[in-house]
Design a protein. Structure first.
Length: 126
């Protein structure tokens, strides 16, 4: 029974794709999910797969874990987000200037910028 993560899933249409740990992909239809289960990008699954005329399809799935989501109640205020976005614009502008002169940021600075971008993206997605 392969283990993988949901690559994408459209709940309105009732289907998506799952990617196994070995990189292979399979079609995932909502009818093979446990009753009442909701999946989103990143949800971990154990599943049985069958090769059909149209390619690999999930025959039966079991949820292992859902990705962590930022709760809307924990979202930053719009004022805080506006300040963060303005700060990121300045940081990215400086970063862009360095790149134009052939300089990548050092590892520590690069990690800080990446963490900041992820934090903003998480709040925007929630």
């Amino acid at each position: 029974m392969p283990t993988g993560r949901v690559k994408w899933f459209d709940a309105d249409k009732g289907y998506g794709f799952v990617v196994a740990e070995d990189g292979s992909q399979a079609f995932l239809h909502s009818s093979v999910l446990p009753e009442g289960a909701e999946v989103t990008k990143g949800t971990r699954l154990d599943y049985d797969v069958v090769d059909s005329r149209r390619g690999a399809q999930v025959l039966k799935a079991r949820l292992i874990s859902a990705p962590a989501k930022v709760a809307k109640a924990r979202r930053r205020s719009t004022e805080d987000m506006a300040v963060m976005v303005e700060d990121v614009i300045k940081v990215l502008d400086d970063l862009g200037n360095g790149l134009q002169h052939g300089r990548y940021p050092d590892r520590e600075h690069g990690n800080k910028v990446a963490s900041l971008l992820r934090a903003i993206a998480d709040d925007l997605e929630s």
